[in-house]
Each structure stands twice: as C-alpha cells, then as structure tokens.
Design a protein around this ligand. Structure first.
Ligand code: PEP
Length: 249
C-alpha cells in the first residue's frame, strides 16, 4: 500500500506572524485523513512552525538544503541544521531552484546523497518544460532527470524517496496537466523505475503530482491510480483551499 501525501510548498511567502496565522488556520480547518500532510514554510520560519505543529499530524518540511554539512557556503543551510530543529524531510529539485538558481541534475544528485547520509526523506521534483512537451520529448526529459538525479541510489534508499512530477508549464500558471496526462506520466515513471530497479520499488514509491492543483481539480487528479497525492504551491497559502485538497485525497 503506497503512502498518500499532500504537501504544501509555501515558497518565498509568509513572514513569521503570517506563518503562525496560517498554521493556526490549518489546525482548525484540516480534515482527518490517513494521508500524510506536510507544509514547507521558508527557512527562517521552520523552527517556529515545528514548535507550533508539535503534537499535530502535520509534518513541517524544508524547501531546499545544501549538500555540505557545514563550511564556507554563505547563505546556505545543511541537513544537520534542519535536523537540529526537527526537520526530517526536504524538497529538492523544485523547478524554481533548477530555473532560477542553476540547480542541475549533478548538483541535485549530491544533495540527494547528503539527505540519504543524514537519513532524511526527500521529495524529489522534476518535470518537463513546455517546449519539451511540444516537441514530444517529455518522457525522455523526465527519464533523464530521474536517471541523473536518483538512479545512482541503492534500492534500499528508495524508501526515503518521494517523487513529485511537476510539469513546469503547469506550475503557478493556472494550467493543469489533464488527469490523463498526469496518469500517463506517472505510469511511465513507475515503468522507468521498474526497469532500473524492480517492480516492488516502482510500486511502493509515492508519486505526487504538482502544477496548479486546486480544490476544483484535486478530486479528478487524485482519482488516477498512479497519482498518490500532490505538491501544492499557490493553493497551499489558503487554509480552506489546502484543507479541501487534503479532503480530496
Ligand atoms: C509548486 O510550486 O510546486 C506548485 C505545484 O505550484 P502551484 O500549485 O502554484 O502550481
């Protein structure tokens, strides 16, 4: 049985008091669910979020981290620092990190390794750009991102990996991949993992869909057999919308 997950990526939004307010609203709004629910506030608000959500079923996770443990990397945050405040899951490879901060597959593989060394869980994001899809290259692009970022891992390390397929053209654009497009790619991802590893690894890994998921479309997307939940951006900043998406899972 695969884990279902709904994770909210708050990106560079919400100062400290706004973070506390949104968490309070979420506590009052989120439905009971067997799915895992996660929120990813900005680095500076992680510690307060961990404290505020202690004892709740909502896990606070990080949006990024560096591959080194410490050292001369001005402005960066390590796995050790995250774990020291109670963070055990990190989002890596988000398309905004890839596009605006030059994070490529090789760097992401190092970050994944750092997370594995620290025994942290990774939500690994990947997905094609619009030009790739238009050119019919989307399966190849996704296969390469998986191969370069993750396929050096041992089979046993996959229990710490959650995948988030996020077509770049659907992130923050209001444009969603159709449920059938999401299903088609998720099935392809499982097939690719089965070929590189084995059927069990492919069947057990949780694969989230991300890209303009909203209360209005969550039900249909989540009803697809290979879609195990969502990574939610814009709609995660509104407690009622996020709660409605959690209810859809
Ligand atoms: C995201 O940033 O991961 C995302 C899916 O954003 P949005 O839901 O706003 O498209």
């Amino acid at each position: 049985m695969r884990k279902k997950i709904v994770a909210g990526n708050w990106k560079m939004n919400k100062n400290s008091s706004e973070t506390a307010d949104l968490l309070t609203q979420l506590t009052g709004t989120l439905p009971n669910t067997t799915a895992e629910v996660m929120v990813a506030p900005t680095f500076v608000n992680l510690a307060l979020a961990v404290k505020q959500m202690a004892g709740s079923s909502v896990e606070v996770v990080a949006q990024n981290m560096h591959f080194a443990q410490s050292g001369a990397y001005t402005g960066e945050i390590s796995s050790n620092m995250l774990q020291s405040i109670g963070i055990e899951t990190v989002i890596l490879g988000h398309s905004e990190r890839r596009a605006y901060f030059g994070e490529d597959d090789a760097l992401l593989a190092k970050k994944v390794d750092a997370a594995m060394d620290a025994d942290m869980r990774v939500i690994f994001c990947f997905g094609e750009e619009l030009q790739d899809r238009k050119a019919g290259d989307h399966f190849k692009v996704v296969e390469n991102q998986l191969k370069n970022g993750l396929f050096h891992l041992e089979t046993t390390q996959w229990k710490k990996i959650v995948l988030a397929y996020e077509p770049v053209w659907a992130i923050g654009t209001g444009e969603t991949a159709s449920p059938d497009q999401a299903q088609e790619m998720h099935a392809f991802i499982r097939k690719t993992i089965a070929e590189a590893y084995d059927q069990e690894t492919a069947q057990v890994v949780t694969i989230l869909y991300g890209g303009s998921v909203k209360p209005a479309n969550a039900n249909e997307i989540f009803s697809k057999p290979d879609v195990d939940g969502g990574l939610i951006g814009g709609a995660a900043l509104n407690a009622e919308d996020f709660a409605a998406i959690v209810a859809a899972i």
